[in-house]
Write a protein that binds this ligand. Structure first.
Ligand code: BGC
Length: 384
């Protein structure tokens, strides 16, 4: 009898466990199957092309929204030390803002990030003339750079995290550059709170390529960035002339306000009477990274003291442009009605050095047919 009773008891317990398993399992599956990337319409360009907005989420509470118009990061929500999320990039609420009033907020930049002096360079004895869109110079790929085109998008959801693969074919002669260039940029949001950007490109003629990403970060989510502390893994920078074209010199940062080898508030020396800061109206320079490029290495660390958000930048590139939003002047009203004043955002654009096609001593930006352009940059977020 007792044996029967204990069997019955076991049977009931098992049955109960099975029911509770079958009750929780569907939920669990639902959570696991929850899409980490979602797509919604983001409007139409002025020439009628429909573009989308993709939302990538991870288990660390980070959410990034990217549109295939310009490969633009539209928002990037990151928790602070108390778990409060803020959008840490400047931008617009809608496509129209990006099309009409956009100093490269969140954009992919190409075919050549930063400046090419006098908008020209020579390759194999032939001179190429590029669009001049920054005084007498060429900036960020020209009049219609990669920030203003519609990219073909493909969603990815694999073991590394949710991703968005963007492809664009830049035609031979576009903005003056030689060669048809097929470009792929893959954004991946990992569960380690990293936004990883893999750039690849291939050409059918010798050309120059220098791709970068142009988010304006503000780790507090609003206000000035001058109290953010910056560390750069760089002991030298490339001084510029009045048109912000590198002179060709590689100068030590020692004893200058360009020295960020130790974490220093961005605003501590920004208005010093140092010729390079006067020319840039603040920081707007390329630093030569210690790594020299080629291997994914730490390039920069920025921390915001009040909320404690930290961003680290890793890259395979040899250089990084640190720009402090000196040209923002309050004339742009962005997301949620925020007025973007001078120095309300900073950029850390990983890159080859500006004007490399005219500077034989700088690391080369030449891409030949049959070779693959491949670089990676990671923006990693944490809080302290
Ligand atoms: C450049 C600045 C330029 C800005 C445009 C930066 O990458 O270094 O000189 O004004 O982009 O938004």
């Amino acid at each position: 009898m007792a044996r029967h009773l204990s069997r019955l008891f076991l049977f009931i317990i098992c049955g109960f466990l099975c029911i509770s398993c079958s009750n929780t399992d569907p939920n669990k599956d639902m959570n696991q199957a929850k899409p980490k990337i979602e797509k919604q319409p983001f409007g139409k360009t002025s020439d009628g092309q429909a573009v989308d907005l993709y939302t990538l989420t991870n288990t660390g509470g980070v959410e990034v929204k990217i549109t295939n118009y310009g490969g633009t990061v539209v928002s990037l929500k990151v928790p602070d030390r108390n778990g409060h999320k803020a959008d840490v990039v400047l931008g617009h609420d809608n496509l129209d803002g990006y099309m009409t009033n956009n100093p490269y907020f969140g954009s992919i930049i190409g075919r050549y990030g930063n400046r090419i002096g006098k908008g020209r360079f020579s390759l194999n004895g032939q001179e190429y003339t590029l669009a001049k869109n920054n005084g007498e110079n060429h900036l960020h790929g020209g009049i219609k750079g990669f920030d203003k085109v519609v990219w073909e998008a493909k969603e990815i959801d694999d073991k590394d995290g949710a991703g968005l693969s963007l492809n664009y074919v830049s035609k031979d002669g576009e903005e003056g550059y030689p060669g048809n260039l097929s470009v792929t940029v893959v954004y991946t949001l990992t569960d380690d709170n990293e936004l990883k950007i893999d750039y690849t490109a291939a050409t059918d003629k010798d050309t120059v390529v220098n791709l970068t990403h142009h988010s304006y970060f503000n780790l507090a989510g609003e206000g000035s960035i001058l109290d953010h502390e910056l560390m750069l893994e760089a002991g030298r920078f490339t001084p510029v002339d009045t048109g912000l074209i590198p002179t060709g010199e590689l100068r030590s940062v020692k004893g200058t306000p360009m020295d960020f080898t130790q974490p220093t508030a961005i605003g501590a020396r920004i208005d010093d009477d140092y010729e390079q800061l006067v020319l840039g109206k603040g920081y707007d320079h390329n630093w030569a990274l210690e790594s020299g490029g080629g291997k994914l290495s730490l390039a920069a660390r920025v921390s915001e003291p009040k909320a404690g958000r930290v961003m680290e930048v890793y890259t395979t590139e040899p250089g990084i442009q640190f720009y402090t939003g000196n040209f923002l002047d309050g004339s742009i009203t962005g997301k949620g009605g925020q007025v973007y004043q001078r120095r309300y955002g900073f950029c850390l654009e990983t890159q080859h050095f500006p004007d490399s096609p005219n500077k034989p001593d700088f690391p080369s930006t030449l891409l030949k047919p049959g070779r693959k352009y491949m670089t990676t940059t990671v923006y990693k977020f944490s809080a302290k």
